[in-house]
Ligand binder design. Structure first.
Ligand SMILES: [Zn+2]
Length: 251
């Protein structure tokens, strides 16, 4: 089942939240705005970066340069792009979205993600959110990755397939796990849903998630999509974790 971007995601829900800044209690003139001083502290990610996983480089590198991790073992996704560095400020945005279900930032988030992933979106056929296990969805009642995918689909005028991927096992939270444990925790956790293969086969798919931490989740999603016949898989997230010792160019 494809969701089409004409079905706008904002509007009806904007009134739920008073027009306050996304990052403070300051009153703003419309929903989804951040006052100047805090806006200036947001760290948007841009080139130079690893062509594959999007890791920022400190110095310019040749077009298509990859970080040591991607050179050692290329992930199944082709390119991962993120709008924001995951830090104290962007963590507030993510947690308000993920835990409080705050939706008034979605249009802004989609605009930032569209900018960060412009090259990816130009070649994308369909956006697919990382799924929650059905029991977790029933508990939380929303999937923030699906909200981001819908908002970005509206922004980019691309279709969004909310049900292409299924999470077939509920695993423990990825929070606090090492990269290796995260990979093990989500390996094989995702599958292209029954009847969805025909919608995925031969298509350029972009996986949408809130945060790229180690890439384990989107890697597992990419593997499932490629197994189902996707022509390629890219990734766009709202934020990306960059560990201090990983902010370095290729040696
Ligand atoms: Zn990389």
């Amino acid at each position: 089942m494809l969701w089409h971007p004409k079905a706008l995601v904002s509007g009806a829900v904007d009134w739920i939240w008073p027009p306050r800044s996304l990052l403070s209690s300051a009153l703003v003139d419309r929903p989804g705005v951040i006052e100047g001083p805090l806006w200036a502290r947001l760290r948007f990610l841009d080139a130079p970066r690893c062509f594959c996983c999007g890791l920022p480089f400190e110095t310019p590198e040749a077009e298509g340069a990859r970080c040591p991790t991607c050179l050692a073992e290329a992930p199944d996704f082709s390119r991962a792009r993120a709008a924001l560095l995951y830090d104290d400020l962007s963590r507030t945005l993510v947690l308000d979205l993920k835990r409080a279900g705050r939706r008034d930032g979605l249009k802004a988030f989609a605009a930032w993600m569209a900018r960060a992933g412009a090259e990816v979106l130009r070649e994308t056929d369909v956006l697919v959110p990382t799924p929650l296990h059905w029991s977790k969805l029933a508990q939380r009642r929303f999937n923030q990755a699906a909200w981001l995918a819908q908002a970005l689909a509206a922004q980019a005028q691309k279709p969004c397939d909310l049900f292409a991927l299924e999470r077939r096992r509920r695993r423990k939270s990825q929070e606090g796990l090492s990269a290796a444990l995260r990979r093990r925790n989500v390996a094989g956790a995702f599958v292209v849903g029954t009847g969805a293969s025909a919608r995925i086969k031969g298509r350029a798919v972009t996986v949408i998630d809130d945060v790229f931490t180690t890439g384990a989740t989107v890697q597992a999603c990419a593997r499932a999509l490629l197994r189902a016949g996707a022509a390629r898989v890219d990734v766009i997230t709202l934020a990306r974790v960059v560990r201090p010792n990983s902010l370095s160019p290729i040696a």
